[in-house]
Design a protein around this ligand. Structure first.
Ligand code: PMP
Length: 366
């Protein structure tokens, strides 16, 4: 078996231990004589899986019972519309746009009420997180929205916005479970699972109870109504059973390595290794301002598009795959999610040094 170091932004690398466990129990789950892929979502066996997954998530993130946890489908993108629809009271929404996903969410929200862009980093190609300490937030805004970690650009909020008492809604898709957070700072967080939480097909929504409304100002599809999903414990219809099962395995893995404290420590170490090298390199140029850099998605480029392409091609030969930047940004992106071992980052940095040494002097930064 030859496994590579997979730097994909998502679907992304999974812990090998998790893959092995899935493989091991794929044909016969818990002595049921059936695969988890074949088991009814209404069965006792499956009920134990979904309940334990929720319990483990609560334990790992320290989530109290005043927050509800939903296991939904439709991708993180589905939440771009479901959030304004479910959280609307006044129909006034405040958005901070720091990349393509928050732009998409903002655009979607405009369909359902009055959405205001209260801060943005568009002026500098989303290369930083704006100062959000004293924003002009409409007095009657239902919430303030951020994309916490910008997968495409590689930036991250290191200080949460001062929302002046409004609930904070955060898309944490690409930084979910990467560090310790205080859930009490948020009204709602959500994440697509296919980065740090398993595989595609599952979106986890964590919502403070008081934001869940029985009756919504605009009537929505039943499947989109959080209240109905909460009342049915995410089993209104068939949930993404396998994706939830994989998420459960990932949570067990997080617990086994020492929880979010240890995960965060590892992530800080991995990111530091890469950024320290980038900051002194004469070939590679980091794309994000120092105070706004993501621990999960590290974006950079060389002095030319040709060298970027050559770098990714040569890296692939060394078993360092999927390093190409997002198609809209170009350059290089190393996604180093929880499951990426430090050895993968070390190997990447070593290869970068070797590549830099092989480049002609005139192509280096003077
Ligand atoms: N938000 C963020 C931060 C993302 O990185 C992505 C996908 N990469 C999305 C939203 C959209 O997720 P999905 O493809 O699950 O709709």
């Amino acid at each position: 078996m030859k496994r590579v170091y997979n730097f994909s932004s998502g679907p992304a690398i999974l812990p090998l231990e998790v893959l092995k466990q899935i493989q091991e129990e794929l044909l016969d789950f818990n002595n049921s004589g059936m695969s988890i892929l074949e088991i009814s979502h209404r069965s006792k066996t499956y009920d134990a899986v979904i309940k334990e997954t929720e319990k483990d998530l609560r334990e790992i993130m320290n989530i109290d019972s005043n927050y509800k946890i939903l296991f939904l489908q439709g991708g993180a993108s589905r939440q771009f519309s479901d959030i304004p629809l479910n959280l609307a009271k006044n129909g006034i929404f405040a958005y901070i746009t720091t990349g393509q996903f928050s732009e998409k969410a903002y655009k979607e929200a405009k369909k359902y009420g009055k959405a205001y862009e209260i801060a943005s980093s568009k002026d500098k190609d989303y290369s930083y997180i704006p100062d959000c300490s004293n924003l002009d937030i409409p007095y009657n805004a239902d919430y303030v929205y951020i994309c916490d970690n910008n997968t495409i650009y590689g930036s991250k909020f290191h200080t949460l916005p001062n929302t002046k008492g409004k609930p904070l809604v955060a898309d944490v898709s690409s930084c979910f479970l990467s560090e310790e957070i205080d859930i009490e700072n948020y009204g709602l967080v959500y994440a697509g699972a296919q980065k740090n939480a398993g595989i595609a097909g599952l979106t986890v929504v964590i919502i403070r109870e008081d934001l869940i409304q029985d009756i919504l100002p605009i009537s929505v599809a039943t499947m989109s109504h959080y209240k109905i999903q909460v009342d049915n414990e995410s089993l209104y219809n068939t949930p993404p059973t396998f994706s939830i099962y994989v998420f459960g395995k990932v949570l067990k893995w997080i617990k086994s390595v020492g929880g979010l404290k240890e995960i965060q420590k590892r992530n800080v170490e991995k990111a530091k290794l890469l950024y320290d090298y980038l900051d002194k390199s004469k070939l590679f140029i980091p794309l994000i301002r120092k105070d706004s850099r993501s621990m999960m998605n590290v974006t950079f480029k060389t002095t030319s598009d040709e060298l970027d392409t050559l770098f990714c091609m040569e890296a692939k030969k060394e078993g360092l795959v999927d390093l190409k930047g997002h198609r809209s940004v170009g350059g290089i992106r190393a996604s180093i999610y929880n499951a990426m071992p430090i050895e993968g980052v070390k190997k990447l940095v070593e290869f970068m040094k070797k590549f830099e040494d092989s480049v002609d002097e005139d192509k280096l930064i003077k």
